[in-house]
Design a protein around this ligand. Structure first.
Ligand SMILES: Cc1ncc(COP(=O)(O)O)c(C=O)c1O
Length: 405
């Protein structure tokens, strides 16, 4: 009997989760592993949020809620959009799901038909392309690189659009590059998108993790017309260190929201009632912990980029947001030791080979850039303490020095 459904032929298990699992396995065997793999903040969820969850349980908020979320959480989301982004939505334009990931999944399942094209700038978050394929769409990958600051240009976008284009995915600040688009960058893209019959998905999950006082801008914020064509995805995972609570939300066209509600109603129904109460407290409560986490991330960002830049053959730009460094390793790939490694293996991805050896021999977990559509780089999440960052990067340096020989 064939146990696997055909639809799974088009997807890969998440490489980020795979690396983290392997690193944890090594750790469990007693090895001192430094983990740059995981895509989640290392801070505890702020206390007032946990208290709100406990209160919700004590008050008996432990039953089903409406599929698309409680009225009070939707009110909090609407207020957040209005005060922070200048975007006005009605309740029927908001949907709450089990993480931003589920909201994205339901969006694509509810909007794509076979053959619809979705433009995804690379390097991209690993799940975009796989979700699009699961929804029988066709990912159209547009490569960007370090020379353009990992941002897609208006010309590149224009060129990628065909009569089949249905969606454009915009993600700023970006996972994996940490690149953030400025207002003028976004305006240039909107100029291309506004006259077209294309939905822009704006994945704002790293909105709060943006450095140097840089303004956060998404396409919906540029014009009323663009807002009509944009579906915004956000959540509490990264901003409030709430990855395990699984609350994300989406806002946009009411008909799309209704269709997503149908999808969700026949799969998971509502997101956890307790987590919804916690997310409401996160959005409406004290925002000081967000600022404190940002400050810690900023310090780590400067530390890790500074240290990476000291390694021969490594080129690393300073990310404007999120908590990832995305150094180019092309100089390292030229080294005699790396060429020797290549000759000894069947592995064709340079970044995967580098990360495999890094984990096995030097006990440092990093995610190969190939997983994000760019084999030139590796991704290091700096959601870990400064001592560990120093230890981890010095091991990477040691590996590179060994490869120089
Ligand atoms: C770019 C991006 N979007 C969305 C998500 C989804 O996060 P969650 O499902 O925890 O809300 C992630 C998580 O890693 C991400 O990196």
């Amino acid at each position: 009997m064939k146990l696997v459904a055909k639809r799974l032929d088009v997807v890969e298990p998440s490489p980020t989760l795979a690396i983290t699992a392997k690193a944890n396995q090594l750790k469990a065997s007693g090895l001192d592993v430094v983990g740059f793999g995981a895509g989640e903040p290392d801070f505890d969820t702020p206390n007032h949020i946990k208290e709100a969850a406990k209160k919700a349980m004590d008050q008996g908020k432990t039953k089903y809620t409406p599929v698309s979320g409680t009225v009070s959480l939707k009110d909090a989301i609407i207020k957040k959009f209005e005060t922070e982004n200048g975007l006005k939505y009605e309740k029927n334009q908001i949907i709450v799901g089990t993480g931003g990931k589920q909201v994205l999944y339901n969006f694509f399942m509810a909007t794509l038909n076979p053959g619809d094209e979705v433009i995804i700038p690379a390097p991209y978050w690993v799940s975009y392309a796989d979700i699009v394929r699961l929804a029988e769409g066709t990912p159209v990958i547009v490569a960007t690189d370090i020379s353009s600051g990992f941002k897609i240009t208006a010309e590149q976008l224009e060129k990628a659009i065909t009569p089949k284009t249905k969606v454009f995915i915009f993600n700023s600040p970006s996972n994996p590059t940490g690149a953030a688009y400025t207002r003028s960058d976004v305006e240039a893209l909107v100029k291309v998108l506004e006259p077209k019959d294309i939905i822009t998905v704006s994945d704002d999950i790293y909105e709060k993790i943006i450095y140097d006082g840089l303004e956060f801008v998404n396409p919906a914020m540029i014009s009323a017309k663009m807002k009509e064509k944009t579906f915004v995805i956000n959540g509490v995972s990264k901003a409030y260190s709430m990855t395990g609570w699984r609350i994300g939300y989406g806002a946009g066209n009411a008909e799309i929201v209704k269709n997503m509600d149908t999808m969700q109603g026949q799969s998971t129904s509502n997101a956890s009632s307790i987590s919804q109460a916690a997310a409401e407290a996160a959005l409406t409560g004290d925002q000081t912990p967000v600022a404190e986490m940002l400050k810690a991330f900023d310090k780590r960002r400067k530390l890790i980029v500074g240290l990476l830049r000291e390694i021969p053959g490594v080129e690393c730009r300073m990310p404007e947001g999120a908590f990832y460094a995305f150094p180019y390793m092309t100089g390292v790939y030229e080294m005699p030791g790396f060429k020797k490694l290549l000759a000894e293996t069947k592995e064709t991805s340079y970044s995967k080979l580098f990360c495999d050896v890094l984990l096995e021999k030097y006990n440092v977990a990093a995610v190969p850039g190939i997983a994000f559509g760019d084999d030139k780089a590796i991704r290091l999440s700096y959601a870990l303490g400064e001592k560990d960052i120093e230890k981890g990067v010095s091991r990477i340096k040691q590996m590179v020095e060994d490869l120089q020989k």
